[in-house]
Design a protein around this ligand. Structure first.
Ligand code: PLP
Length: 439
């Protein structure tokens, strides 16, 4: 690549200057199944399923075929005031996969849009329901809800927020995070400690009064913060407190939804039903951008009032329910059904748990966490250079044929649902070797 080409692309969430000097093995050329192939022709096991989205592996033949067929039929279908039958049938399939009581799906194109859409639905719902004073939104420290202004306002990652103090939504508060190494390091699955942290919602209710609070939004399992697993009983407690005070509970399932938890949604895995669920990524195996929000039937019903010729919800995107995304989603749901993907994730999860916890005792490993088919290893930072150790481990792993994700000094993984047990074990062995090599 020429200097100018390297310079022209402003990459998302990337250390540009470092990348542009060290891009060996970091330019992807092709992909197949659970593997990427770099420009150098080396195979990389895709330990993060793209970016948590390609659980069925890359270029699944049935998804490829569906998208190609779609291009020969209808490329783009006007999104507003016109419909395309597969959008409706897809919405129905997603409703069927969702917990009982959820009845409608609103489509958008990303997790960030799904979050902003869910927040708008929550605020508008209370207003339509005669409780327009409920305007406050509650997020959580270390939460990641995408990069829209709504998402960063309820999100809890300082780097994503600090440049924009004047642009944050007003009236937002945050629950404390649940990432406490002193209490929960090396927990297998859900930590025993920490359910009481949900009671902080009662403190916020006492501070602001429930009548001002519209919704609480949390990721059931926090992926972007580095696989932060909810303490046992924490989500149930949040649900109880929200129900008690008439506050809507939004699960941001952009990472959890459609397989990662061995169920359609984390709501089913944790047996806690929220009022709204956001999804994206795995809904169509990351093939074409797509996101959405699933809502409780009565929330949707609250919008269906006034003259019937009037728009009920002034919100939507040009590419809401894009035919290519819809076709890929139908094919994805077919594959998930026919290849028994949820059962497969449930079989693989204990393999990942056993393998990843074998790294306890490796140099600089200060925590290991896992939740279904997601796991993370947290490393002690190099003094004065936070983040650098994880980059070194990431690069050592690339040399050994595995692509992990690093965030701060955490190495995260969410391997493809189609991985074999041997691939998962080898992935973890390579992580161990890389940790030792990085020093
Ligand atoms: C929980 C959660 N919400 C929202 C998003 C944002 O999704 P997108 O990058 O598609 O906007 C992400 C992305 O990883 C996420 O993990």
């Amino acid at each position: 690549m020429s200097e100018q080409e390297l310079d022209a692309y402003w990459m998302p969430f990337t250390h540009q200057r470092y990348f542009k000097q060290h891009h060996e093995r970091r330019l992807l050329a092709q992909a197949e199944g659970a593997y990427y192939i770099t420009e150098e022709g080396e195979r990389l096991f895709d330990a993060l399923s793209g970016l948590w989205c390609c659980g069925l592996g890359h270029r699944h033949p049935r998804i490829v075929e569906a998208v190609k067929r779609q291009l020969d039929t209808l490329d783009y279908s006007t999104a507003f005031q016109m419909g395309y039958r597969p959008q409706f049938t897809l919405a129905q399939r997603i409703v069927e996969a969702a917990p009982a009581g959820m009845g409608q799906v609103f489509f958008c194109n990303s997790g960030s849009e799904a979050v902003d859409t869910a927040l708008k639905i929550a605020l508008a719902y209370h207003r339509l329901n005669g409780q327009g004073q409920r305007t406050r939104l509650i997020g959580r420290e270390k939460g990641y809800h995408g990069v829209g202004f709504g998402g960063i306002s309820v999100g809890g990652m300082v780097a994503n927020r600090k440049m924009y103090p004047s642009a944050m939504l007003t009236g937002v508060d945050h629950l404390p995070h649940t990432h406490h190494l002193g209490q929960m390091a090396f927990s297998r699955g859900e930590p025993d400690w920490g359910a009481h942290l949900a009671d902080e919602l009662e403190r916020l209710v006492a501070l602001h009064d429930a009548s001002t609070i519209a919704a609480v939004i949390v990721e059931p399992m926090q992926g972007s913060a580095g696989v932060v697993v909810p303490p046992k009983g924490y989500l149930k407690r949040l649900r109880e407190i929200c129900s008690k005070h008439g506050i809507l509970l939004i699960f941001d399932e952009v990472i959890c939804g459609f397989g990662r938890m061995g169920q359609p949604f984390a709501a089913q895995h944790f047996e806690v039903t929220p009022d709204l669920i956001t999804f994206a990524k795995a809904v169509n195996n990351g093939t074409v951008p797509m996101g959405g929000v699933v809502v409780r039937e009565d929330i949707h019903a609250a919008f269906m009032q006034g003259p019937e010729h009037m728009v009920e919800f002034f919100h939507g995107y040009t590419y809401s329910g894009h035919p290519l995304a819809v076709a890929a989603a139908h094919a994805t749901l077919d594959v998930v059904r026919d290849e028994h993907i949820y059962a497969r994730v449930n079989e693989l999860s204990p393999v990942l748990e056993t393998a990843i916890h074998s790294l306890k005792g490796e140099p600089n490993v200060i925590d290991i966490r896992n939740c279904q088919l997601a796991a993370a290893v947290e490393l002690a930072p190099i003094e004065g250079k936070p983040g650098l150790r994880a980059i070194k481990v990431f690069e050592e792993a690339l040399r050994r044929g595995v692509m992990f994700r690093f965030t701060g000094d955490i190495i995260a993984m969410g391997p493809p649902f189609i991985s074999t047990p041997e691939e998962l074990k080898r992935m973890v062995e390579i992580l161990g070797e890389s940790i030792r090599a990085a020093g």
